[in-house]
Unconditional design. Structure first.
Ligand SMILES: Nc1ncnc2c1ncn2[C@@H]1O[C@H](COP(=O)(O)OP(=O)(O)OP(=O)(O)O)[C@@H](O)[C@H]1O
Ligand SMILES: [Mg+2]
Length: 139
């Protein structure tokens, strides 16, 4: 586990752009952390790094949003409102998790049993200053 201090949103963006370069087909980024810590913001910057030109919006009510304009397809999940694993089986999550693109999953800790062993896990916590965040990364 690696701990990183992110001072402001600009540093979140730089972290995400760098991470996006390393992502490949089948990569899964598993995000956890309290409300408002910046999971969606981080995902937007990963999308930017992948070259996604569409506007990235929070998929809270749809579970998943797909973006196909980048270097690789991006599947953005938000499982906050998923009540049981059955809902994920119904949308065919395995096709995405083990598929042709990159998955980013917000609230991944809620479906821990379904997250692949080799996922890139990032846990985000609030820091001392308003824009400060502490990232704990599995990679
Ligand atoms: N260092 C930072 N990194 C990311 N976002 C930041 C940072 N500092 C401040 N912010 C702001 O914090 C907010 C994060 O909101 P965001 O929707 O990304 O959080 P979230 O973790 O996805 O929340 P939710 O749990 O509701 O999905 C944004 O308004 C963003 O501008
Ligand atoms: Mg969010």
């Amino acid at each position: 586990m690696k701990e990183l201090i992110i001072k402001n949103e600009q540093e979140t963006r730089l972290f995400a752009l760098d991470l996006a370069k390393k992502l490949e087909k089948g990569s899964l980024v598993a995000l956890s952390g309290d409300l408002g810590t910046g999971k969606t913001a981080l995902t937007k910057y990963i999308a930017e790094g992948l070259g996604v030109t569409e506007t990235v919006t929070s998929p809270t009510f749809t579970i998943i949003q797909e973006y196909r304009s980048g270097r690789l397809p991006l599947y953005h999940f938000d499982v906050y409102r998923v009540n049981d694993e059955e809902e994920l089986f119904e949308i065919g999550y395995e096709e995405y998790f083990y598929g042709d693109g990159v998955c980013v999953v917000e609230w991944a800790d809620l479906i821990d049993e379904l997250i692949p062993e080799d996922a890139l896990r990032i846990h985000i916590e609030y820091g001392k200053a308003p824009e400060e965040r502490i990232y704990t990364c599995s990679f």
